[in-house]
Design a protein. Structure first.
Length: 330
């Protein structure tokens, strides 16, 4: 058996403790080798709980020869800078979403990864869940006919005061936190040639961040995507694909619990069919994909170019959404 991928953790974020590191312990092809945090005591506590060695700094972790790859779990504004440093240090990188807050940074990072022959993967777990394979199979079968429109939403209730999502210096705001999910779903369902036809962002002047937004995206063939997001809403995690011959929809699609068996609802004519997808942990799925990509990128080339292209275009869409929203708000 090949040796497991030795992973270093940059940043001890909540998502790492709740979901990613427990999933890593169940992933045969990867193991936690080292942990670094701004607070050394927090790094030591994580290492005691999840394994690996506590490291005094991010720089020291990147210099370790026993770390093959890093998982960047830092505040949003630090994703691109530390992903870049990790790539320059010769490490493969799995980075929490969004990889970059603008298109220029994303293009630079993927160019660097390409020059160094390294895997750079943005951590959108839902793309690796069996739900996506089921939806892709239905679309490929032609059961929906020609896809005409996508609708997608990811909205969450308000967060407690002091939450990092409300801190503009850390990359707060709804667009970067949950808006990237329906944008990414639209790219997967309609392709990477999408452009922004219009957008709205609702800003909170006191906090200095956007709290919600929506956008109309257009594909070259005239298909459209209406997407919305926010963190002042009733919870919704959903998308719908409408074709000339049918419609499919999925609930709880971006944050699927590991014990949840999602239902893909397929409507054709007057018939409604519920297709149940087996429960699985999409955190384990993305970690296994990342480990396999590092071990043998030739075996996953069918997946990596699409993911790379989607990540680059998604970052560009963030730029377009902001520009379109400025035209509306003046």
């Amino acid at each position: 058996m090949p040796a497991p991928l030795r992973l270093g953790l940059l940043g001890c974020g909540d998502i790492a403790a709740r979901r990613t590191l427990p999933a890593l312990a169940r992933t045969p092809g990867a193991a936690l080798a080292a942990v670094a945090a701004r607070d050394p005591a927090r790094a030591a506590a994580f290492a005691a709980r999840f394994g690996g060695e506590p490291t005094a700094s991010y720089e020291e972790l990147l210099a370790r020869p026993d770390v093959d790859a890093v998982y960047v779990c830092l505040p949003t504004m630090l994703h691109a800078p530390w992903a870049e440093r990790a790539l320059e240090a010769g490490k493969h990188v799995l980075v929490e979403k969004p990889l970059a807050t603008n298109g220029a940074d994303a293009r630079r990072l993927f160019a660097l990864a390409g020059r160094r022959g390294l895997v750079l993967l943005e951590n959108f777990m839902f793309l690796h869940h069996a739900t996506q394979r089921t939806v892709a199979g239905l679309l490929g079968s032609g059961v929906l006919g020609t896809v005409r429109a996508v609708s997608a939403a990811f909205t969450i209730p308000p967060r407690p005061e002091g939450d990092t999502r409300y801190d503009p210096a850390l990359g707060g705001g709804a667009l970067l936190d949950n808006g990237v999910y329906p944008l990414r779903a639209a790219l997967r369902l309609l392709g990477t040639d999408l452009t922004v036809a219009g957008a709205v962002l609702r800003h909170d002047a006191r906090r200095g961040v956007d709290l919600s937004g929506s956008a109309l995206l257009a594909a070259p063939d005239g298909a459209t995507a209406q997407v919305r997001w926010g963190m002042e809403h009733h919870y919704r995690s959903w998308y719908e694909v409408q074709g000339s011959a049918g419609t499919l929809s999925v609930e709880h699609v971006y944050t699927t619990a590991p014990d949840h068996s999602p239902a893909v609802l397929l409507r054709t004519g007057t018939e409604v069919t519920e297709l149940r997808v087996p429960a699985e942990d999409h955190f384990e799925a993305v970690l296994a994909f990342f480990a396999a990509a590092v071990a043998s990128r030739a075996a996953t080339r069918s997946g990596l170019p699409l993911l790379d292209a989607e990540s680059r275009r998604q970052a560009g869409l963030l730029d377009e959404v902001r520009r379109a929203a400025l035209r509306v708000s003046g």
